[in-house]
Design a protein around this ligand. Structure first.
Ligand code: ADP
Length: 518
């Protein structure tokens, strides 16, 4: 079935075969089934609709929100001799009309358009008179109100498709979709379950690390001096942090650029170009940087702060190693990042339902920072892929510190939480175990609990870290939004009953991981 498709792949693109994740999607589209392909950034989504487009009569429409990417794609197709064009707001009306006229005459195999274009009556009229076998929807998560990048214009796609006398096959793609988002897209486009392909989320050439409690600037300076040739991105949470870090690196003689929404457009463009052409080696940026950036030799992506959720993290980290070469994705975690993200959720004008969802996503992000499991595996499972493979190179897989038994500590923690009637957050539980004289503790008479002061010798931070670890491993749940309450799960009950053991890696302090000043 795929033979013709493979021939086109070899002839036009020069690649010998499809990737594992591409095959079922292309096969399904050739069978004229509507399809949702969930593939990671760099996974090769374009080929998934371009090849079926080449195998069909007529003009395939590609709906994409990324203006810069459209031009790149069209340039690439044209260089392969595939007639194609794009229509978006960067064109003059004369140019637009010229392309529309050519499109009406069937001059293009692929036509890229921005979703806003669908609103214009003349455009949908023209489309009705053309033969459109396939509509590809890029960044399909924009259709979901649960996605991180909802775009109202995407909602018009559904009514636009209905206008065709002969309904085109629909091929939707996204790199970042949780089960909720997938369901939303599938519902909006009336897709059946068996036409949804979640695949290839693991990126074998990426090594993930979470570094806790490091002095971030020390870490970054050391990393950059140990990798003097490597080009990479450092994401920071705020514009101010980007400015400060950028100044700091330049003072250290490191060729770094910066990028955030506070810079004017020409400055941003210039920085981006210089980074793309390796004129600067490191880009310090907020999350405004990167949508649609296709720089293949990004060797590392360091997160100076924890992002708001796994979707954002994987999308940003996934900009490393698009050329398939070994690359690193490092997250520098501090518990203050969680506070900042909670603050941002509270600041946003969100409905209660939406807020609860954002907190849930944040929780999974925090769990990523605390888990002892393979990080690559944690990520692919988060994105709904059933997979037990471990990567053998993330900071957890390569951690040689011995697993130590912490069943007794866990039992003490669970017992304390239960005695506090599962009504308080991590920090208060930690304070009780520490034996703090905090006013609130005395008021609530928690100093009379038998678990009070059981960990008096440990720093409070370490007690909190243990509780967070137990939550990441599924023994505890954090219930509620801004001030979550720690509760026990069934697994914790098993541990209390002596039926399950808990183990943890001994806390490791290396020279790069000095304690972070509070
Ligand atoms: P994305 O999923 O991010 O849109 P692209 O479609 O831009 O990814 O593809 C990422 C890179 O992978 C491109 O350089 C593309 O040419 C390459 N690629 C895609 N499919 C294959 C394949 N079957 N074999 C080898 N390289 C491929």
């Amino acid at each position: 079935m795929l033979q013709g498709a493979v021939r086109l792949l070899q002839r036009f693109y020069g690649y010998p075969s499809f990737r594992k994740g591409q095959e079922p999607i292309i096969e399904n589209l050739i069978r004229k089934q509507d399809t949702l392909g969930v593939l990671p950034t760099g996974g090769g989504k374009s080929i998934c609709y371009q090849i079926p487009a080449l195998l069909s009569e007529g003009t395939t429409l590609v709906i994409s929100p990324l203006i810069s990417l459209m031009k790149d794609q069209v340039d690439a197709l044209e260089s392969m001799g595939i007639p194609s064009a794009y229509i978006n707001s960067s064109l003059s009306s004369a140019e637009t009309n010229d392309r529309l006229r050519k499109a009406a005459n069937g001059a293009y195999k692929l036509l890229y358009i921005a979703p806003e274009r669908l609103d214009t009556g003349s455009f949908s009229y023209l489309m009705e008179s053309m033969y459109v076998p396939l509509i590809a929807i890029d960044e399909a998560h924009c259709i979901s109100q649960w996605g991180h990048d909802f775009r109202p214009s995407y909602l018009n796609i559904v009514s636009f498709i209905r206008k065709f006398e002969e309904r085109p096959v629909v091929a939707a793609f996204t790199a970042t979709a949780t089960p909720e988002v997938i369901q939303d897209i599938a519902e909006a486009l009336s897709l059946k379950d068996h036409n949804v392909f979640v695949n290839g989320f693991s990126r074998e050439n990426l090594s993930f690390s979470v570094i806790k409690g490091a002095d971030r600037r020390d870490f970054i300076t050391r990393y950059l001096s140990e990798h003097p040739e490597a080009s990479g991105i450092i994401y920071a949470a705020t514009r101010k942090e980007v400015d400060d870090l950028h100044t700091f690196l330049n003072r250290k003689g490191i060729s770094a650029g910066k990028y955030h929404a506070g810079l004017d457009e020409s400055e941003r463009c210039a920085m981006q170009e210089r980074f793309l052409f390796d004129d600067i080696r490191v880009m310090v940026a907020t999350n405004a940087f990167g949508m649609g950036i296709d720089k293949s030799n990004v060797r590392f992506v360091i997160h100076h702060n924890m992002p708001k959720n796994m979707e954002a993290y994987y999308q940003e980290a996934g900009r490393a190693g698009r050329d398939g070469e070994e690359s690193e994705c490092i997250l520098l975690y501090s518990s203050q990042d969680t506070q900042l993200q909670k603050f941002l959720i509270e600041q946003g004008e969100l409905s209660d339902e939406r807020k609860a969802m954002e907190y849930k996503k944040l929780k999974s992000m925090v769990d990523y920072c605390h888990t002892g499991r393979c990080l690559q595996n944690y990520i692919v499972r988060y994105f709904g892929e059933e997979n037990d493979d471990t990567c053998s190179k993330c900071s957890n897989c390569t951690d040689e510190t011995k697993m130590t038994d912490m069943t007794e500590e866990a039992q003490k923690i669970f017992s304390c939480i239960r005695r506090m009637r599962e009504r308080f957050g991590v920090s208060l539980v930690a304070k009780v175990l520490k034996g703090s004289r905090d006013k609130r503790i005395l008021e609530l008479r928690f100093d009379e609990l038998p678990t009070y002061g059981l960990f008096s010798r440990l720093p409070e931070k370490e007690i909190s870290a243990m509780i967070n670890y137990l939550a990441a491993e599924g023994y505890l749940i954090m219930d509620g939004g801004q001030y979550p309450v720690v509760k026990l799960t069934q697994r914790a009950a098993e541990v209390l009953a002596g039926r399950e053991q808990v183990s943890r890696r001994a806390v490791k302090v290396t020279s790069a991981q000095h304690a972070e000043p509070n």
